[in-house]
Design a protein around this ligand. Structure first.
Ligand SMILES: Cc1cc2nc3c(=O)[nH]c(=O)nc-3n(C[C@H](O)[C@H](O)[C@H](O)COP(=O)(O)OP(=O)(O)OC[C@H]3O[C@@H](n4cnc5c(N)ncnc54)[C@H](O)[C@@H]3O)c2cc1C
Length: 366
């Protein structure tokens, strides 16, 4: 079973590192080193939970202190986190919700999803002292170089986490471009970082925060009611603003529709799982070239889920097509990208299992 939550292909190691390879295997080194300290490893990044606190009615913040193998992150990036649940390593992605501290520690904030394996574990079970596997940071949610043009950050639900880190990084700049963060939640109690955001806005005239509530009344001056809409966004639909958006798929799609062609730049990421095309009836034959195994898989289903349902554990990370951990080669057949709807008929190509479904019989390099 794959247990390393690092995204992408195996990380290239320097020749120096190769020369210094231990006489015994890294796994054996890790086993004995962990007797001395739970985060000592040969080269695997791990992090210890050093603090936890409620972040909202349904969210918890954890402060993680990584070991020396973690390479850090840029504000707006994410990382894969591996958690041991019922004896199995489960990997999900989370976005640091603050800049790293001087000792390298950083905060993640997890919104518990009803019935969610990892999010409820992190909220209800994970304790200070627990050690988690972490991967290298990934993701490209960032503003273009500062050209003085106005900026807009749009966040909904747990999409606030990378935006919080970006907003905090702007607050560290001597003269940030005028930036507004518009943060949507259903209720007031579901908001995270309210005091922190307000303190940043109060200390920086260029940085503003607005809270939008879709199921609660607006009471404060920086609050409004309602969903994302064209009227609300009118001040930024001017071809000069740079926009970043993060939230559920529907929110990101609305933001894209309302802004993408009307702003200087637009980039967005969604944390929601890809949509299944249940309308695609029937099944196809999937051949795993390395093992020679053949499976019947439903046409509209993500290949990753189909493989997992067959009892296999292919390498996987974010499950949203972002981290590249599940990239694999295809040597025959057609697939559909579940996020864009694009079809790929080129027989020999690479795909990401989490956001691809089969259109025809397939041969994968697995
Ligand atoms: C790049 C990236 C960064 C992320 N950063 C954060 C973060 O900073 N904070 C955070 O709280 N979450 C974040 N997420 C979401 C996180 O990775 C998990 O998907 C989420 O915590 C649910 O995992 P789970 O194991 O609890 O749910 P699962 O057991 O995987 O799923 C349970 C049910 O919930 C649904 N579901 C899964 N994820 C979501 C979701 N995000 N929204 C709505 N329904 C969902 C599933 O379809 C399923 O029906 C991020 C996701 C990505 C891809």
């Amino acid at each position: 079973m794959h247990t390393d939550p690092r995204p992408g292909p195996a990380v290239a190691r320097s020749p120096g590192r190769r020369c210094r390879a231990p006489l015994f295997s890294p796994a054996l080194f890790d086993f004995w080193a962990s007797r001395l300290s739970s985060t000592w490893t040969w080269n695997r990044p791990l992090a210890r939970i050093v603090a936890r606190e409620p972040a909202a009615s349904d969210a918890v913040s954890l402060v993680l202190k990584p070991n020396r193998h973690f390479r850090g992150f840029a504000p707006g990036q994410h990382l894969n986190l591996g958690v041991e649940i019922d004896g199995r390593r489960v990997t999900r992605s989370y976005s640091p919700s603050a800049l790293a501290g001087p000792d390298g520690s950083f905060r993640i904030t997890v919104k518990a999803i009803n019935g969610g394996k990892v999010s409820t574990h992190l909220r209800d079970v994970a304790r200070v002292g627990d050690v988690l596997a972490i991967g290298d940071a990934f993701g490209e949610l960032a503003f273009p170089a500062d050209d003085g043009a106005p900026r807009l950050l749009l966040a909904a639900g747990s999409g606030i986490t990378p935006m919080m880190a970006i907003f905090a990084s702007l607050a560290m700049q001597p003269n940030p471009a005028p930036t507004t963060l518009l943060y949507f939640t259903r209720t007031r109690g579901q908001r995270c970082f309210v005091d922190e955001l307000r303190a940043i806005a109060a200390a920086n005239p260029a940085l503003q925060v607005r809270f939008a509530l879709t199921r609660d009344q607006a009471l404060d001056q920086d609050e409004a009611e309602g969903r994302l809409n064209a009227d609300q966004l009118a001040p930024w639909r001017d071809k000069t603003t740079h926009v970043l958006a993060c939230g559920p798929t529907g929110f990101v799609a609305t933001a894209r529709d309302l802004l993408a062609d009307r702003t200087a730049s637009f980039a967005a990421e969604s944390f929601s799982p890809p949509v299944h095309h249940d309308t695609e009836a029937g099944s196809v034959e999937l051949t795993l070239a390395r093992s020679g195994r053949k499976l019947q898989v439903a046409r509209g289903k993500p290949l990753l889920e189909a493989l997992e349902a067959a009892g296999l554990s292919p390498a996987a990370g974010c499950r949203r097509g972002l981290c590249n951990t599940c990239a694999c080669g295809k040597s025959a057949g057609s697939t559909r990208h579940l996020l864009t709807g694009d079809e790929e008929h080129e027989p020999v190509s690479a795909l990401r299992l989490c956001v691809s479904s089969a259109r025809s019989d397939l041969v994968l390099d697995l």
